[in-house]
Structures are given as C-alpha cells and as structure tokens.
Design a protein around this ligand. Structure first.
Ligand code: SF4
Length: 337
C-alpha cells in the first residue's frame, strides 16, 4: 500500500468535555491557591496521564475520605459522591471542593426528586462505577441498578405504575435505548427522565465515531481502561463497521501489527483525554505514512462550566484568574507540551 492511499479520519468533537476541563482546572487552581499537597478523593477524571501529571504537581489521590488528614483540603472528583461522603468529610473537619460535573449533579437531583415522590428508580449504569455509586447513594432505598439489557429480567419493583429510569452519563446511547426498550416491555408505565442523562459530550463523541466507523479499517481511541465513555467509543466503532478498534493511553501502546493492510485509521479520544495525547498518536501515524488527516465533524461544542464556588471565591479574594481553557492542556509549570 502506498502512502498516498493511507489516511486518518479524525473525529470532532473528541477529548475534553466541559465537566472534565472544570475538574482538572479545579485541582490546578487549588494547588496554586493552597499549595501542595491537595487531596483528591478518587481519580479526578479517569485518565492516567492527567492523574500522574497532577500527582507530580502535588495532588495526592486517595480512595476514601478517611485517608485525608484532619482539617486538610479535599476535592471530590467529576464523577460525584454520595451524601454520606460529604458527611464523612464534615466529621473530619475537611475543607471540601466539589468538582462533580454539573451534568452528574443534575442526575443526582432527579434521583432525589423521584425518590421524594416515592418512585422506584431504575438506574441504568455499570455496577461499581463511581458515578453510579454516587447517584445511588442519594436514595439507596429507591434505586435499583440495571447493568445493561441482560440485567432487565432480574429487576423487581414495588409498584409497576410508579417507575422511572435514569442513567449514568457516559453510556452507549444505543445500548441504553435497548435496555429501556426491554424495561418497557416489562413495565409499560415506565417513565423517561425529564431530560437526557447521557451527556452531550458522550453523545457527540459517539456520533462522530458512528459517522467514521463504516470507512475505517482501524479505530484508535485514546483513553484509559477505567474511562467508561472511552471504552464505549471502541464498542460503538466496532458495532458500526470499523474492522478493528483499540483503546490506548499513549501512542507507544499502538502495536505496529494493527496497521498491516490498513488504509484508513480513525482517531478519537474520550472525554477525559488531553489533546496532547491525540497529537502524539497523529505523529506516530504520520511517521508510518498516514499523513493525510481528514476531520469528521459531527457537532460543534462550546459549553464551559464555571469553577466550583469555593475556588472562585478564593481566587477572587487573591485577585487571581478563574479562566477555563477547554483544550485539554495543562497550564503553566505543569505543561507537558
Ligand atoms: S463526560 Fe459528560 S457528565 Fe462526564 S464530566 Fe464530561 S460533560 Fe460531565
């Protein structure tokens, strides 16, 4: 195959969403404001590169609140936490900064509201995922987890007339609709959420992959294995016609053998992935003859979320900027560019 026939289809949108950008900038600003160490409960976002870069700058990632020294500052990750975690932090006199994505908070509010109206809530999501643990913790006695279409037959409810489904924000849109279809066969009165729980970023990244997949011999998704939305992108690519698909954290993880006989490579990245990692993959491919890069634009995104109130207040008090970036870069001294 000649280099002339090799090409890359590059998904847009890809990479950082507004919630991830906000969460990462929150940790950066906290380090600037308070100095290291700053504690973060769980990975701030599910990306190995982001976590190791912030660790080098003085962030300490812990699994549980009781690992944080009394009186220290702790940031809650973008995936959200159950109310009990706020109570634990209060008991330890921790200064808390909540970097939960506002679109996850929206699902929490829906759960609280429907539980208040005594609904059974069927939460579609992946068992053990931090977001699901956090959302379920809002109303554990009202929420039943439904982990995909095959889990539907196991679901029981108190009153089939009063049931609503909600979902994790980072699921496959198609698989979730299949789960809902099967749930409605069992519970015809099942109510839909007031608005989409699968977030705009997850939907847009899947849309771009669906457009590219039929023309793609190999789809490379940049993202970490514990990143739900990144893993879903590989699945969506394969379901929609990509001949092969792989998830990589770094360009070095690409196996040369994957490129054998490959004319068109699709490239995208999950919502927690800095753009620098995608550029490394494009460089890797260009060095192997895939220099022609064609964007595939499925949607335009311009959403930005304001930083958490605690950070904005402290930045303002010190006359510091609370500007966001939305390009997946790290700021100032920690830049890996
Ligand atoms: S993937 Fe969606 S829900 Fe998750 S942080 Fe990004 S915008 Fe928020």
């Amino acid at each position: 195959m000649t280099s002339a026939s090799k090409r890359v289809l590059l998904a847009a949108p890809r990479g950082y969403c507004a919630g991830v950008d906000r969460a990462v900038v929150t940790v950066e600003k906290a380090l600037e404001l308070y100095g290291p160490p700053v504690y973060v409960r769980k990975e701030i976002v599910h990306n190995k590169h982001v976590v190791t870069t912030l660790q080098k700058r003085g962030a300490i990632f812990v699994e549980e609140t009781d690992e944080v020294p009394e009186g220290a500052t702790v940031i809650f990750s973008a995936h959200g936490v159950a109310p009990v975690v706020h109570e634990e932090a209060k008991a330890l006199s921790l200064k808390t900064i909540d970097a939960t994505c506002p679109l996850v908070t929206k699902v929490h509010r829906e759960a609280v509201r429907f539980a208040g109206d005594d609904y059974d809530i069927l939460l579609i999501g992946h068992e053990g995922h931090e977001e699901v643990v956090g959302t379920s913790g809002e109303a554990p006695e009202h929420i039943t987890l439904v982990d995909g279409p095959d889990d539907v037959e196991n679901v029981t409810v108190r009153d089939p007339e009063k049931v609503v489904w909600l979902s994790q924000t980072t699921l496959s849109v198609d698989e979730t609709m299949e789960t809902v279809r099967r749930l409605k066969e069992r519970f015809p009165k099942l109510q839909n959420p007031p608005s989409d729980d699968i977030c705009y970023a997850t939907q847009n990244r899947q849309l771009a992959v669906k457009q590219m997949a039929p023309d793609t011999d190999l789809m490379i998704v940049v993202g970490s294995r514990n990143s739900s939305n990144s893993v879903r992108l590989v699945e969506v690519a394969l379901e929609h016609g990509a001949r092969a698909g792989h998830l990589v954290d770094y360009a070095e993880e690409i196996d040369e053998a994957w490129l054998e006989g490959v004319q068109t490579v699709g490239v995208t990245s999950g919502a927690s992935v800095p753009e620098v990692l995608v550029r490394d993959v494009l460089d890797y491919l260009a060095q192997r003859g895939y220099e022609d890069v064609e964007p595939v634009v499925a949607a335009e995104e311009s959403l930005l979320f304001a930083l958490p109130n605690e950070i904005r207040r402290d930045l303002k008090a010190r006359g510091m900027s609370d500007k966001m970036r939305h390009d997946g870069s790290f700021s100032e001294a920690g830049s890996l560019h």
